[in-house]
Design a protein around this ligand. Structure first.
Ligand code: F6R
Length: 609
C-alpha cells in the first residue's frame, strides 16, 4: 500500500528512485511518479522536473525522458484512496508555481474542508487527492525555512501521514514527517535515503533510523537531523537492518509466493533457534519484559490482529489455553478498537502483525496503552511501529515477506505463539514431561514441513482437479477450524474463487444447504479426539453428493482425495495442516493465470483504516 522513496547525494537520482519503487511494488499500487530537482544555474533556485503514470513502475520508467538528470528526488507508488487511479492523481503533487513537491502515504481526514477553504482563496486543484491539499498549504506557508513551512502546514492537517517534501528554493534538502505511516531514513556515505519500507533501502545501506509518530527529519547529502513537529530536537541512533538485500530477490522462483512457501522449513528453524531450554523443558523469549511473577498474574489473554495474522492469533489462543490453561481468545483488531472494549488490568493483550504497521492493529495497541493495558507484540518486521509501541514481545523471524499473500509469516507466527504458550505453560502448570513433548514436536517441524513441500506435484494435480469450482467450502473443528479459515482466505485472495470457512460442527445449522457436486469441500481432519466427529461431517457431505478433499494424517475413506500430512503432537498439528493448502491456493491461482504476488485490490501493509 503506497510507497515512498527519496534520495539526496551525488548519484544520478532517477534510476535509483525507479529501482527503489520496484522494490516497493509488492506492497500493491495503481500508479507511480517521480520528481527531481534539476541543476540550479549559478545563483538561481533549482527547478522541479516531474513524471507520473497510471499503472506499473515500468510504465513510469518508459515515460521518463532521457535528459532527466539530478541528484535529489522523491518518488511514490500510490494506492488510490481519494480519487481513481490516474496520471493526475498519482503522486508527487506540485503547487501552482512548481516549487513544492509532496509524496504522501496515509489519509488526511479533513482534506475536503481544507480543499474548500483553499479553493475559496483561489487555489486551483489539479487532482482529487487529499495530498494536494498539503502541497498548497506548504507553498502558501509564510514561514522562512522549509522545515517551518512543513510544520506550519501540518498544523492544519488531521489524519495520518508519512510525507517527503522537495522545494525548488531549498534544493539542498528533503524534509520528511511521520504520523501513523512509516518513514525510514537510510544513512549512506555522503548520501541519504528515505523510504516507507526498508525494502527500498537495503540494496544501498543497512544503517537506518525509523521515525516515530510526531517526528520530522531534514536530509542533506552528508547529514541528517530529526526533531518533533513542535520543533524540539530528537536523538536518532541508526540501527542495522538484519535482512540482506538478497532476501528480497526471487531466488530462482517464478513468484515470491512460491519462494516464501518453499522457505518455511528454514524459517521455522530460525524462530526456534537459540530459544529452547532443554534443562527446564521450556523456551526463552528474551523480549517479553514479563517476569515469572507477572506471567503468573495474567488471568486472560486477548490476541488482536487482522486477516491472516488474526487467524494465526486464533491458533495462538488455542495453544495458550491448551498449554498454559489461561483463557485466551483472538479478535480482529479492526473490530476491537471500535467497540469501546472493557480493558481489564489482569488481561495480557497481544498484538500480532507481520508488517508491524497495520493501522487497525496499531490503533488498537495505542488505545490499549492509553487505557493502561500491558501489550505484547508478535511481529515480523524488526523496529516496526507495533513492535516499538508494545511493552515487549517476540519477533517471528520469518525474514522479509514480499508476496502480498502471507504464507511463511503465518506459519512462523503460529510457531512463535507455540513458544509463548509453552513459556507461559511451564511457568504455570504444564509438566516437565509435557514441556519436553512439545519441544520434541517443535523440533520435528522443519523436517515435516520439508516432507509436505516435497509433495508439491501431487498437490498441483489436485489443484487442477478442483480449479473448475466456482465456490469452495472449508471446514474444521476446534484445532482445524482456524486452519480452514486461513486456507479459505488464501484460496479466495490469490485465485478469486469464492470460499467460505465453517466449523464442521455448524454444517447442519445452515451451510449444508449449499452442498452439491459443484461446491467442493476441503476438510481439515487431524488424527485427534475429534476424528470420528470429522468423519461424520464428511459423511453428511457425501450424502449430498459433495466432493471432498481432506487434509488428514491418514487417507480418509469418505473423501474423494486426501492430502496426507505428517503427524506431530496434537497441539502442534495446525501448524502443518495449512501448508499443503497454501500450495493448493498457489497452484489453483497459477492455473487460472492470476497475478499471484499482487492480487487485485489488495496491498501488503495496510497502513490506512
Ligand atoms: C493475507 C494477508 C493479510 C494480512 C493482514 C494483516 O494473506 O497477508 O490478511 O495478514 O493485512 O497484516 P499484518 O500481518 O502485516 O498486520
Amino acid at each position: 500500500m503506497c510507497g515512498i522513496v527519496g534520495y539526496i547525494g551525488k548519484r544520478d537520482v532517477a534510476p535509483l528512485l525507479l529501482e527503489g519503487l520496484q522494490r516497493l511494488e509488492y506492497r500493491g499500487y495503481d500508479s507511480a511518479g517521480i520528481v527531481i530537482t534539476g541543476k540550479a544555474a549559478a545563483g538561481k533556485p533549482g527547478t522541479l522536473k516531474m513524471v507520473k503514470a497510471k499503472g506499473r513502475v515500468r510504465e513510469l520508467e518508459a515515460k521518463v525522458p532521457k535528459r532527466f538528470a539530478g541528484t535529489t528526488g522523491i518518488a511514490h507508488t500510490r494506492w488510490a484512496t481519494h480519487g481513481a487511479p490516474s496520471d493526475e492523481n498519482a503522486h508527487p503533487h506540485l503547487d501552482a508555481e512548481n516549487k513544492v513537491a509532496v509524496v504522501h502515504n496515509g489519509i488526511i481526514d479533513n482534506a475536503s474542508e481544507l480543499r474548500a477553504k483553499l479553493t475559496a482563496d483561489g487555489v486551483v486543484f489539479l487532482s482529487e487527492t487529499d495530498t494536494e491539499v498539503l502541497t498548497h498549504l506548504i507553498a502558501r506557508a509564510q514561514a522562512e525555512t522549509l522545515e517551518e513551512k512543513v510544520r506550519e502546514a501540518l498544523r492544519h492537517v488531521e489524519g495520518t501521514y508519512g510525507i517527503a517534501v522537495l522545494h525548488a528554493d531549498f534544493n539542498d534538502r528533503i524534509v520528511v514527517a511521520r504520523n501513523g505511516s512509516p518513514v525510514v531514513l537510510g544513512i549512506g556515505e555522503k548520501e541519504m535515503f528515505v523510504a516507507s519500507d526498508v525494502a527500498a533501502l537495503v540494496a544501498h545501506t543497512r544503517q537506518v533510523v525509523t521515525l516515530d509518530d510526531g517526528e520530522m527529519a531534514t536530509l542533506k547529502a552528508d547529514d541528517f537531523r530529526t526533531y518533533t513537529t513542535e520543533g524540539s530536537t530528537t536523538t536518532a541512533t541508526p540501527t542495522t537492518v538484519e535482512w540482506e538485500a538478497e532476501s528480497y530477490d526471487m531466488g530462482g522462483h517464478d513468484t515470491y509466493m512460491h519462494k516464501e512457501i518453499s522457505e518455511q522449513a528454514d524459517a521455522v528453524d530460525r524462530v526456534l533457534r537459540g530459544r529452547i531450554d532443554d534443562r527446564f523443558s521450556t523456551v526463552h523469549l528474551g523480549g517479553l519484559n514479563l517476569d515469572a511473577r507477572e506471567a503468573r498474574g495474567v488471568r486472560r489473554i486477548k490476541i488482536l490482529g487482522c486477516g491472516t495474522s488474526y487467524h494465526a492469533g486464533q491458533i495462538g489462543a488455542q495453544l495458550i489455553e491448551e498449554l498454559a490453561r489461561i483463557p485466551a481468545d483472538a479478535e480482529p483488531a479492526s473490530e476491537f478498537r471500535y467497540r469501546n472494549p472493557v480493558v481489564d488490568p489482569d488481561t495480557l493483550y497481544v498484538a500480532v502483525s507481520q508488517s508491524g504497521e497495520t493501522y487497525d492493529v496499531l490503533a488498537a495497541v495505542q488505545e490499549l496503552k492509553r487505557k493502561g493495558a500491558r501489550v505484547l507484540g508478535v511481529v515480523n518486521v524488526v523496529g516496526s511501529a507495533i513492535a516499538r509501541e508494545a511493552d515487549g514481545g517476540t519477533y517471528v523471524h520469518a525474514g522479509p515477506e514480499v508476496c502480498v499473500v502471507s504464507t511463511k509469516c503465518f506459519t512462523n507466527t503460529v510457531v512463535a505463539f507455540a513458544l509463548l504458550a509453552l513459556h507461559l505453560g511451564r511457568i504455570r502448570d504444564l509438566s516437565v514431561a509435557d514441556g519436553k513433548r512439545i519441544i520434541d514436536g517443535l523440533r520435528r517441524l522443519p523436517e515435516q514441513i520439508s516432507e509436505i513441500l516435497g509433495r508439491e506435484d501431487e498437490i498441483k494435480r489436485l489443484a487442477a482437479e478442483y480449479a473448475d469450482a466456482k465456490s469452495m467450502m472449508f471446514i474444521g473443528r476446534v484445532r482445524g477450524y482456524p486452519v480452514a479459515r486461513e486456507a479459505s482466505l488464501k484460496l479466495k485472495e490469490v485465485s478469486y474463487i469464492h470460499a467460505e470457512a465453517y466449523p464442521a460442527s455448524e454444517l447442519k445449522h445452515g451451510p449444508l444447504a449449499l452442498i452439491e457436486p459443484a461446491m467442493p469441500t476441503v476438510a481439515i481432519v487431524p488424527d485427534d479426539d475429534l476424528l470420528e466427529k470429522n468423519r461424520a461431517a464428511m459423511e453428511e457431505i457425501k450424502a449430498r453428493s459433495g466432493r471432498i478433499l481432506a487434509v488428514a494424517h491418514q487417507v480418509q475413506e469418505k473423501a474423494d482425495h486426501t492430502i496426507v500430512v505428517p503427524k506431530n503432537e496434537n497441539e502442534l498439528d495446525p501448524i502443518l495442516m495449512g501448508i499443503p493448502l497454501q500450495l493448493f491456493a498457489y497452484h489453483t491461482a497459477l492455473a487460472m493465470g492470476r497475478d499471484i504476488d499482487k492480487p487485485r485490490n489488495l496491498a501488503k501493509s495496510v497502513t490506512v483504516e
